[in-house]
Design a binder for this molecule. Sequence first.
Ligand code: FES
Length: 159
Amino acid sequence: MTSVTPPRTAAEECARAALAEHGSERGPLLPVLHAVQEKLGCIPRDVIPVIADGLNLSIAEVHGVVTFYKDFRSTPPGRTTVRICRAEACQARGANALVEHAKRQLGVEFGETTPDGAVTLDEVFCLGNCALGPAVQVGERLHGRVSPPRFDALLGELR
Ligand code: FES
């Protein structure tokens, strides 16, 4: 009887390439994960066992790191990522109300993507725009004094 090896997915190939590049570094797990996320936009579930095996770690250890660091995503981000600053200076200028408004308008929580794949909502702690809070980053662009109506206008520009 011959055994048939299942074909590797593109995600597995990506993980193997990241392991080949960073696997022998000191503390290789984070560089490997960053390389995979840079290439795929997220850390898909099916690469976790590949990475664990390649680094001689348990699946639980790799999964624990992926879920601990907010930078790592398990699903690809939307076409645009909207980040709302939740640090103190922006909170003092109404960021909490803006956060509630944004979640309601988009129908998602932080870290989630709208069903149409257009927008991922994320939180951030200081965008360096503290005097002009609440600060919001839409894609690469930074916006200050973002009120709920202004937030809606920014969303309107995305759609
Ligand atoms: S506290 Fe929001 S930009 Fe610094």
